[in-house]
Design a protein around this ligand. Structure first.
Ligand code: HPA
Length: 232
């Protein structure tokens, strides 16, 4: 069985999927981390591959930008393909002083300004959280690799061009960085009792209005991917 967005057959996708917003980053991970990668999806160019990492089957796939997009792909992975854990590797804009381009943020929790969680009809505000085992594994690996990292809340926002600087109010609540997907991923995982974690690299600073160069991005991405693959 396939879905409108994924042409893989059940069984083509491993129990662990490492996802990035950009499908070409998924291709990069397949080419640099997996042995014998086989492409399982090309619908809408949302590339996905399964191969072996140190002898264990792992898949990598793009998830696109924003909560509706990651919501669709991760829902299908959990519900149709039986995926047990999804590790998202992405970029974020930091919103705290002292944080720098290239720092890693392990997203312990994810606040959101999106309506995605309304579907659960909860009588309050749900706090989307990472799986603790994945989270602590990622933190240990950051320490081992000597990667400068932060652990805490991020904001999954529907707004990239934040003209009203709403990020400042989230920063005042201790939120570390802004991205656009984790709350939907964590909620999807929670709703079906599976695991998820987001690991982010700071690609720009909203505090200092700076962005990473292409080289800084690549180096930082590779560090983050090493952390993600160590969790498999
Ligand atoms: N906002 C939202 N998502 C992002 C950003 C940002 O500033 N940087 C990288 N992803």
């Amino acid at each position: 069985m396939s879905t409108p967005h994924n042409s893989a057959n059940v069984g083509d996708i491993a129990a662990t999927v490492i996802m990035s917003g950009d499908p070409l980053r998924a291709k990069f991970m397949a080419e640099h981390f997996l042995e014998n990668p086989k492409q399982f999806n090309g619908v809408r160019n949302m590339l996905g591959y399964t191969g072996l990492y140190h002898g264990k089957p792992v898949s990598v796939m793009g998830h696109g930008m924003g909560m509706p997009s990651v919501g669709i792909y991760s829902y299908e992975l959990y519900h149709v393909y039986g995926v047990q854990q999804i590790i998202r590797v992405g970029t974020a804009g930091c919103i705290q002083k002292g944080m720098e381009i290239g720092d890693v943020v392990v997203a312990q929790g994810s606040c959101t300004d999106s309506n995605y969680l309304h579907q659960y009809h909860l009588p309050g505000t749900y706090a989307p959280l990472a799986d603790y085992e994945l989270l602590s594994g990622a933190v240990d690996m950051c320490k081992q690799l000597g990667v400068k990292h932060y652990v805490g809340n991020v904001l999954s926002s529907d707004i990239f061009y934040d003209d009203n600087q709403e990020w400042r109010q989230w920063a005042a609540m201790g939120v570390l960085a802004v991205e656009m997907e984790s709350a939907a991923l964590y909620a999807n995982a929670a709703a079906c009792g599976r695991k998820a974690l987001t690991i982010l690299t700071v690609s720009d600073s909203l505090v200092e209005k700076k962005s990473a160069s292409a080289e800084e991005r690549q180096l930082a991405f590779t560090n983050m991917m090493r952390v993600a693959f160590s969790l498999v």
